[in-house]
Design a protein around this ligand. Structure first.
Ligand code: MN
Length: 729
């Protein structure tokens, strides 16, 4: 681990070209070094290295002298003998206030229960309202801790990574400090989903030299065209962060080849006028992709970000994003709120700073207006966790729900009895259907009946999003409607039997159902049926087993026939297990790893990521082989199998590589063959790997490994094709 010395900090200060009170900073260093002199970090290096590293980060962000002193002293009050008063006496109230703020923040934990987390975020906001530098120091502190987190224990790494991803990275984003945000996200991802991280890293590395050559070519081309007319134009290009690519692959479900925004080319100029002119030139040089132009200059993002964005295609149809902005906007884009300190004496005008601080000011004002601190929490939290919405009761109470929650979820979140007696609802004063999906900020009024015999509808079970509401509805049925449940349960069982082609005589059926009920630990068949009726027992979950038993007991002689086990298509709800069953987990987000694109028929294994579901790999995937023996992750590998109903699920993507000689027409033959095979192609890219050898990479949809093998076999027979293999093998 790199050890930071005071000399490094002094070098950074010199390089910044900005005025710093170096005398005071050296004093702060001496005090901190003395106070921490007997302490070591977990990695074994002297503790003082950490505050010095944090101070370096802050100099890079352009923060002021007080901030740097506070950074050096940020852990002394917490961890050593030195008190608040001593800091104030030697370094002044401003520095003491900053140290104090950071110390207090350090005591907050954000990985705890939800309400407590809201409370902690509220405290953070209050600290920020006092002096936003406290938060910036805290971000730098967290950044250095994350950079050095590899020495921590596994559990601690994951907790910190999750907290960083959920609270600190969004905060850095909110404050507009791009570099810090991206680095925090990338490091956190490495520990939250190490395999996913490696996948993206691997994909990027595969094509690194190609990508760099591409960027260089584009940059030169733009520069040449602009240099004549614009003196001070600056063009640079970069490949976007691992996490931003990861999000596109996993959360938006795109394949690596479909991602538009791997490349970002930045053009920096002096005036807004030039930005729009250059946009015109770019659209003249390259073909713009429709609907991808965004004008954040006339409409800045809430975090003050300003820029023109457009995505264009080069001659070879490779898409890339171009961002055009002024230097001034660029500083804000990189440093956000911190730009205020960096350029306070220089380029930036006073009015601009005011504008930039509008967000913070707004917060403080809201806080003054409303005594209900909860409001502020909710406005912040909705920024921090886009997965949640906040709904108001007519009396102004805030109820938080997951995104896509309905009126029914809301009613049950208020009170079980409100849900059970609901007959209608108004959103913002207007009557709406009960399956209406709610949006943050709406005021929802639930209309209830006094009728004691009123029943919630069974159909609600299909509509609700929260487990809370679902359980409450089920409980009502469990308690109030036993007879009805038994009838309902019997009907459902009947239906499932029919669908699974379970045919039995009357007496066989009685005996069989009794044995199933017993195996599920019910005392009577009635209890068993009632549980199915109110939804306490999910038939879909036990049916594979039931079917197996049935085949064993009654159809022994035919059980081997393959026709008996194909295609049980159960109605699949969105987001359900995607045709894979995972040992020990009922329902979870399942995603297919892009490194090996597993298909039904492949042997598979699951990797439990933290907060990102389970990723399914082929057992022989290189990433699996590399990490399955890592003791740190041992308990995260889980057994996974294809569910029966995955067999006919059409939507599996697979990528193959076809190696050909350079016979003209080989490519044409391949496309013809693929179209004859009725393969639905997503992408097809051909490139020369060395002279006389081409590789065609095709991504398409297949249903299983058999179909894939059939396609591979077919393609192998084309003249000029030397070999065909699955990508990543
Ligand atoms: Mn620290």
């Amino acid at each position: 681990m790199k050890i930071y010395h005071i000399e490094e900090l002094m070098d950074e200060i010199k390089r910044s070209g900005k005025f710093y009170h170096t005398g005071k900073i050296l004093q702060a260093y001496e005090v901190a070094r003395n106070a921490h002199k007997d302490q070591k970090r977990v990695s074994g290096e002297p503790y003082i290295s950490h505050p010095v590293a944090v101070a370096c980060i802050l100099v890079n962000l352009g923060m002021d002298s007080e901030c740097i002193q506070a950074a050096l002293l940020h852990d002394v009050v917490e961890d050593t003998e030195i008190t608040d008063q001593q800091v104030a006496k030697q370094f002044g109230d401003e520095v003491a206030l900053l140290v104090n703020g950071v110390t207090k923040l350090g005591k907050l934990s954000f990985s705890s229960r939800e309400e407590q987390q809201a409370e902690n975020i509220r405290k953070m906001v209050l600290a920020m309202a006092q002096d936003v530098r406290v938060i910036i120091i805290k971000l730098a502190d967290r950044l250095h801790n994350m950079r050095t987190i590899s020495v921590m224990r596994e559990q601690k790494r994951r907790d910190k990574a999750l907290e960083t991803m959920e609270v600190y990275a969004p905060l850095a984003h909110r404050l507009g400090i791009r570099a810090v945000k991206e680095e925090l996200e990338d490091i956190s991802l490495r520990y939250l989903d190490p395999i996913g991280y490696q996948e993206v890293e691997h994909l990027l590395n595969l094509k690194r030299s190609e990508q760099e050559a591409f960027l260089k070519k584009i940059k030169n081309k733009i520069h040449e065209r602009l240099a004549g007319e614009y003196q001070d134009v600056h063009v640079d290009g970069r490949i976007k962060s691992i996490y931003s690519i990861y999000r596109k692959i996993y959360i938006q479900g795109k394949s690596f080849d479909e991602i538009f925004d791997i490349y970002a080319v930045r053009i920096l100029v002096d005036s807004v006028f030039e930005c729009y002119n250059i946009l015109g030139i770019i659209h003249d040089m390259f073909r713009p992709i429709p609907n991808r132009f965004k004008d954040y200059i006339s409409t800045p993002k809430p975090n003050m970000y300003q820029s023109l964005h457009t995505t264009v295609l080069d001659k070879e149809a490779i898409p890339f994003e171009v961002q055009i902005r002024t230097w001034d906007m660029h500083h804000t884009a990189e440093y956000g709120i911190a730009a205020h300190w960096k350029y306070k004496a220089g380029i930036t005008s006073r009015g601009k700073i005011e504008e930039r601080l509008a967000w913070i000011r707004q917060l403080i004002e809201n806080q003054k207006e409303s005594n209900d601190a909860e409001d502020i929490v909710h406005s912040i939290k909705s920024d921090l966790s886009p997965e949640e919405i906040y709904i108001f009761t007519p009396k102004g109470k805030v109820i938080s729900l997951p995104i896509n929650a309905t009126i029914i979820d809301f009613a049950y979140a208020i009170h079980t009895e409100v849900g059970n007696h609901m007959i209608g609802a108004k959103v913002d004063g207007r009557l709406v259907p009960l399956d209406t999906i709610l949006q943050t900020g709406q005021v929802v009024e639930i209309i209830t009946t006094r009728d004691k015999n009123h029943a919630p509808s069974r159909d609600w079970l299909k509509i609700v999003r929260t487990t809370g509401a679902r359980t409450k509805i089920r409980n009502w049925y469990k308690k109030e409607r036993r007879e009805e449940n038994v009838i309902q349960g019997r009907a459902e069982l009947e239906r499932e039997f029919k669908r699974n082609m379970i045919t039995l005589t009357e007496s066989q059926r009685k005996e069989f159902v009794e044995s199933v009920a017993k195996r599920q630990h019910f005392e009577t068949v009635e209890d068993f049926l009632a549980a199915i009726g109110y939804g306490g027992l999910l038939l879909s979950k036990i049916m594979p087993r039931v079917k197996e038993d049935y085949l064993k007991l009654y159809r022994t002689e035919q059980a081997e026939k393959p026709t008996d086990i194909v295609a049980i298509k159960s109605p699949r709800t969105k987001g359900a297990s995607s045709g894979v069953t995972i040992e020990g987990l009922d329902s979870c987000l399942v995603k297919f790893a892009r490194c090996c694109n597993p298909l039904p028929g492949d042997e598979i294994v699951g990797f439990v990521t933290r907060g990102f579901g389970v990723s399914i790999h082929k057992k022989d995937c290189i990433n699996v082989l590399n990490s399955i023996n890592d003791p740190n992750n041992a308990e995260r590998w889980v057994k996974a199998e294809w569910a029966l109903d995955a067999v006919k699920k059409e939507n599996f993507k697979s990528t193959i590589e076809i190696f050909t000689d350079d016979r003209i027409g080989a490519l044409a033959d391949i496309s013809v063959a693929l179209s004859n095979l009725k393969v639905s192609i997503h992408t097809l890219v051909a490139r020369e790997v060395k002279s006389g050898c081409n590789v065609v990479t095709v991504t398409f949809t297949v249903s299983d490994i058999e179909q894939l093998n059939y396609i591979i076999n077919h393609l192998s027979k084309i003249p000029g094709v030397e070999s065909v293999k699955r990508a990543g093998q």
